[in-house]
Design a protein around this ligand. Structure first.
Ligand SMILES: C[S@@+](CC[C@H](N)C(=O)[O-])C[C@H]1O[C@@H](n2cnc3c(N)ncnc32)[C@H](O)[C@@H]1O
Length: 210
């Protein structure tokens, strides 16, 4: 399946980062000072958390911004992060990219508590929320069956991603942009990769225009 690597002019990331409130960026950067984003794909198990579809490995703030930029998040978007960790994608999508709303689904209660605390202002405004749930029950979950999402973030192990493949394909088909982190989804039938940065481990799947 053809894919396009964006040119720097298509991704004015440095401009975006420069215009961001640096305090906000540091906010998440400082959560896990030992985290090395250049180590192996799943470099560290934080607090011994190891769950069914993937351990908690936070995406670095830099890669969160890059991925959201590549996905062209805008105020018309509603973002769903499946396996939301400490909620950084939801937080950044709404706070920094102006998405209308974001929901993080996460099976670890501690991480949902942490996410809620870190995003208190946005949670209070009702623009960001977090739900404790096991993604394996996606067929029964109203939040995953909702048609309101325009962007879905997936950073799970390949096995975890594959368990969700039917749902991902169904959502892609109805026009949702899929953002895959670390593991690409090129093996899934029907998905079209519109942008990729394989060095950073970010793939955007989007229906071709026309
Ligand atoms: C690799 S981390 C990604 C965290 C976050 N999306 C980020 O990019 O920083 C994967 C997350 O998925 C969660 N997770 C794993 N299996 C899950 C399941 N069955 N149901 C819900 N969440 C799950 C883990 O607890 C972990 O927080």
């Amino acid at each position: 399946m053809p894919s396009i690597t964006p040119s720097p002019s298509e991704l004015p990331l440095l401009t975006t980062i420069a215009s961001l409130d640096q305090a906000t960026v540091k906010f998440f950067q400082n959560q896990y000072p030992d985290y090395d984003e250049h180590a192996s794909e799943f470099p560290l198990w934080i607090d011994g958390v190891d769950t069914t579809y993937a351990p908690f490995i936070p995406t670095s703030v830099r890669r969160v911004l890059l991925a959201l930029e590549m996905a062209r998040i805008s105020p018309t978007d509603k973002v769903l992060d499946v396996g939301s960790g400490d909620g950084r994608f939801c937080y950044a999508a709404v706070k920094l990219f102006g998405a209308q709303a974001a929901l993080g689904i996460e099976c670890e209660q501690d991480l949902v508590d942490k996410s809620t605390e870190l995003a208190t202002d946005l949670v209070q405004e009702g623009r960001v929320s977090f739900q404790v749930a096991d993604l394996a029950t996606w067929r029964d979950m109203a939040s995953m069956q909702s048609k309101e999402w325009t962007v879905i973030i997936v950073y799970l192990s390949p096995e975890g991603g594959d368990d969700l493949c039917q749902w991902i394909q169904q959502e892609f088909k109805r026009g949702v942009r899929i953002v895959a982190l670390v593991f690409d989804m090129k093996h899934l039938d029907g998905l079209h990769c519109s942008f990729e940065d394989s060095q950073e481990g970010i793939w955007i799947y989007e229906k071709p225009k026309n």
